[in-house]
Design a protein around this ligand. Structure first.
Ligand SMILES: [Zn+2]
Length: 95
């Protein structure tokens, strides 16, 4: 655990790694491939180092996958609405 923490401290001081705030703000754009390469790399480095944001990224990916599945099959609009609400709650908690 100690080595992970010291690695994280090094990364926090590195301007080539996004901060939690930046990673959260850019998460959706990065995972959707809508950012430039430099931003993409900075945020991905952060997600690798930061457990909380990494988990957030995993959740977003899972929601996206579920939505894609839902939309390619007969629509279950309640399930989609639940997922969207879930995603919104996550985003709001990060503010
Ligand atoms: Zn973070």
């Amino acid at each position: 655990m100690t080595s992970q923490l010291s690695m994280w401290r090094r990364l926090v001081g590195d301007k080539d790694v996004a901060s939690c705030r930046e990673a959260t703000r850019l998460l959706q754009s990065v995972l959707d491939g809508q950012t430039d390469e430099q931003t993409h790399t900075r945020v991905l480095r952060h997600l690798e180092a930061c457990k909380r944001c990494g988990l957030e990224a995993e959740t977003y990916r899972a929601i996206k996958e579920s939505l894609a599945t839902q939309f390619s099959e007969p629509a279950d609009s309640q399930a989609v609405a639940d997922l969207v609400d879930f995603g919104r709650n996550l985003t709001q908690e990060m503010e």
